[in-house]
Each structure stands twice: as C-alpha cells, then as structure tokens.
Design a protein around this ligand. Sequence first.
Ligand SMILES: *Cc1c(COP(=O)(O)O)cnc(C)c1O
Ligand SMILES: [Zn+2]
Length: 412
Amino acid sequence: MRNVICARCVKCGKEYEATPNLTNCECGGILDIIYDYDYIKTKLTTETLANRRNPTMWRYRELLPVEETTPDTELRVGWSPLYEAPRLAKRLGLKKLWIKDDGVNPTASLKDRASAMAVAKAREAGAEVIACSSTGNAASSLAGNAAAAGLKTYIFVPARAPKGKLAQLLSFGATVISVRGSYEDTFELSKQAIERWGWYNRNAAINPYLSEGKKTVGLEIMEQLNWQVPDYIAISVGDGCTIAGLWKGLKDLHAIGFIDRLPKLISAQAAGCWPINRAVETGEPWRPMEENTLADSIAVGVPRNADKAIMAIRESGGLTVEVTDREIMDAQKLLGESCGVFGEPAGVTGTAGVKKLREQGRLPADATVVSVVTGNGLKDVANAIAARGEPISVPPDMEHLLDAFAEHEVPL
Ligand SMILES: *Cc1c(COP(=O)(O)O)cnc(C)c1O
Ligand SMILES: [Zn+2]
C-alpha cells in the first residue's frame, strides 16, 4: 500500500507495519492507520473525483488502506443520498439541514462501509472465514457483504437483537450464535472463539481498518456538499467507531487540502446509555454503564472505541447530547413525516440530538448541520409500530370508513 505509512497506537504511539491481520497494540490500545498525504495529493484531486463514475465507497481508493490489486467488493456500498431537508430544518428552527441517509446501503445500515472493508482485507489476508460480534447491524452487514464475496461467517449477537436483523443474518447464510447475555458478554465470547479458531476478526474496535471504511461517510458528505464545510455533523454513538471514522475522513480531507476547515461533531447517545458522552462532559475516564435504551444499535455499555471517539469529539470542539427513548421515537416520526426517511431508533438518534440541542439553545439557529441516519427503520418494525400506534382498521365498506374517519377526527 503505497499510500499507507504504518499503523500507530493511539495510546502508546508504537508503530506497526500495516499488514491485513492487524488487531490492537500489545499495550491494548487501538491502532490508527497513518497515511502519506503528500503522496495521496499527487494521486487524487477534486477534479479526478468529479470525473469518477464509481458510485460506491471505493471511489476514494487513494484514501483507503487497501492494495491497488484488491478488487472492489461486490455489493454497492456507500454513495448514499444527502438530502437537503428544508421542512425539517424549519421545524427545528435551523438555517440549513441535510440528512445523509445511510439506511439505503445494501444491508440497510452504515455498517456496510466497515464490512466491505473487512471483506477486502480478509481477501488480502487470504482468509475464508470472518467472524464478529455485534449489536445487530455489523452482523447482518458482515453476513451480506461476505456472502456476496463467497466467504463464510460466524456471527455472535446478543439475544435482544431485533427480528429484522436476525432475519437478514439467517437469510445471508451466516452461522448465527445468539448469546443470552449483554453485548459485552457477546463480545467476550466472540473474542475467545476467534482466538480459538483463527477466524478473520471483524470486531470494529479491534480491527483498525474498519473505521477507515466508515470514514467514507465523511468523505461523501463533503464531496456531496461540493467541499463546502457545514458547521456541525450529528451522528449517533455506541462503540464509538462510527464517529471516530467520520472524524478521520474529515481530517484526511483537511490534510490533502480538499476542505479548509473542519466541522464540529455532535455526539448523540441514549439517555439510558451514554458512557462516551459522560466521559467528554466530566473530563473523567469513561466507565461502563447499563444498556438501557430501545435504540439497540447504540446500547453499548462498554464501548470498544471510547478513546478514539472521545478524542474526535474533543478535537472537533463538538457537542454531546443525550436523548430519551421518547425523544428518539419522536425524531423517527419527524424524519419520516418531513423527509420520507425511515430510520431505526439508533439511526435517528443523531437527529433527535439536533432537535434537543436546538431546544436547549446550545445549537445556534444560523448553524448549517448535517445529520446522519445510520440505519433503516425496517430493521426494527416492532418499535416503530409501538411508537406510532396501529393504523385505522375498517371492513371494506364506505359507511364504516366514514364512521372511522369521524371517530379518529381525520381531516378531509
Ligand atoms: C453501530 C451503529 C451505530 C453506532 O456506531 P458505533 O461505531 O458503535 O458508535 C449507530 N447507528 C446504527 C444504526 C448502528 O448500527
Ligand atoms: Zn500501544
């Protein structure tokens, strides 16, 4: 990889050669991929990109840690739409708001960006089996991307994972292990199994390449905005890999001169589980928390990438915000009604955070904001229906329809 210098520990600074099988530093710290930006600048310009037809995350190859000979992965991951959302902006009292809908990825979440990278690196490692533990989306996404590449998967999920995600896993032919315990228990068991059988490890916080896949969401947002930097980018946070990846992508673009300043990050967590935000707010080291939220994808009491995430939020001069399950479900409704975007609870938590920050007066009205929807609402229909209530039910008869309209006070 001519564009990569090494992998460096974020804790102790030790450097490693960037081989495909890298995991954590021997000190336990997380590794960060270090690039040769001078070299990349000679290979990539905004014009090159503008003329590139590849509508996937692999359009940013020069900024990604893969060998030139490694093929693009099979599924069409990335280049998700960035919608301008004037009605929602108005309802939140914001000057400009865009929604980046990553729920339209092949397996319906942002995790596809990391899983595509995992498949590419597993190929470089010559692996035929990949394994991971996940709150659900990393699992279904790995299973789908690996199936498309002809790789076998072992997937560990906590028993609470919603049905939509399980259905995906099973239909992609993964060997699924449903662990009757918390996400932390699930992670630990997968770690032992991976060590025992030597599978390729797609656990996001351990495999340093995965947040490099996730960073493409930041690269895309900036290209889609024609390199005009918004004031804030809001995103939901669980393990912390996504927000750290987003930040890495933005810093890459800054380093090669594609953007002239950096946005501030908005880190949105659930009020029932916010270890990363708590660390940022108190200045104390992060401590484990209970996993008390219906936003299952961010119910992460022991975040695996807290250090990188906390650094990213601080470095950006960003904001932290915690939202209740009620506020999350309100945001789901608001996004659906005003944008036609259906997000799962964790998917809309960033937007719920933007709304709350406006209400708290912590986000100025003239701010320009991008809010990332990280997962599709079809992943978890039970919670969506529970929050919205059932539809108006009638027999196939006009009289009953009229009665029902009157009863429900439907405006006609
Ligand atoms: C995984 C996930 C997140 C959070 O990403 P982390 O890297 O765990 O912080 C947010 N939303 C959805 C839908 C996810 O699947
Ligand atoms: Zn180290």
